[in-house]
Ligand binder design. Structure first.
Ligand SMILES: Nc1ncnc2c1ncn2[C@@H]1O[C@H](COP(=O)(O)OP(=O)(O)OP(=O)(O)O)[C@@H](O)[C@H]1O
Length: 229
């Protein structure tokens, strides 16, 4: 029989360990993330927050344990299906990771172009999402000419343009002033309201306190509170 947790969870982690050589970055992490949940993973630098996110989209393999993402068992997924897994995610990084030699429009459009979508549809969608993040008047600007807050808004647009089920944000406001951070958090809230599951890794307590959502803390690779299993 399917349990309620199983039905409601979009991400399930079972006794996951991650080691980098002798370094134990994640220790016995068991966790369900519900569909359309807004979850913060907090904890000091080096606690394992980025590692936890990286395991979810297979940027790193687990050392032990299992992860299910939207029903896909990551330890059994063949190489050719990894792009399919990655399409479930929109990922936002602290340092934006925009391509400096491509315009704002091109940075966001690339996601859909890589999926072979028609140019007219790409244009419509990109302009729409850039309007949502308030960057519609900067289509032809190159990222290095934008402020950090503006670059992160473009990165949010790029993360959501493919309509991902899950948005992962790794210290999304770590390089931003308070006003820009508030805008990014508000945008994440907006996409959450539209149905996405949002997972934000941050060490910034004030960011966590300014939003609603479950908060889990990592301490030296251990999740607190531990899952009730
Ligand atoms: N590729 C790697 N090789 C070796 N050790 C690593 C690697 N990536 C992370 N680590 C180590 O694993 C631990 C967890 O790192 P991780 O980046 O997940 O922490 P974090 O909580 O995201 O920290 P920060 O907020 O500083 O990014 C740290 O001790 C880190 O040095």
């Amino acid at each position: 029989m399917t349990s309620l947790a199983e039905k409601n969870a979009v991400i399930r982690m079972f006794h996951v360990h991650k080691r980098y050589g002798a370094k134990q970055a994640l220790v016995d992490a068991t966790l369900d993330i519900a569909k359309n949940e807004f979850l913060f993973i907090s904890g000091p630098s080096g606690a394992g927050k980025s590692t936890l996110l990286k395991l979810l989209y297979l940027a790193e393999p687990v050392s032990e344990g299992q992860i299910l993402v939207d029903g896909m068992n990551l330890s059994r997924i063949p190489q050719r299906r990894i792009p399919m897994l990655r399409r479930k995610f929109g990922i936002i990084f602290q340092d934006y990771k925009l391509i400096p030699t491509r315009t704002v429009y091109e940075n966001v459009a690339l996601v859909l172009e890589a999926r072979g979508q028609k140019r007219s549809l790409v244009e419509k969608k990109v302009k729409h999402v850039l309007r949502v993040v308030g960057m519609e008047d900067r289509l032809t600007t190159y990222p290095p000419s934008l402020s950090g807050g503006e670059q992160q808004r473009v990165a949010v647009a790029r993360a959501v343009i493919g309509d991902p089920k899950i948005i992962l944000a790794d210290e999304p406001t770590g390089s931003l002033d308070d006003d820009s951070a508030a805008i990014i958090l508000q945008l994440l809230g907006q996409f959450h309201q539209r149905g996405a599951t949002v997972v934000v890794a941050t060490h910034d307590r004030s960011l966590i306190e300014s939003a609603t959502g479950r908060v889990l803390t990592l301490h030296q690779g251990r999740l607190e509170p531990p899952a009730d299993v």
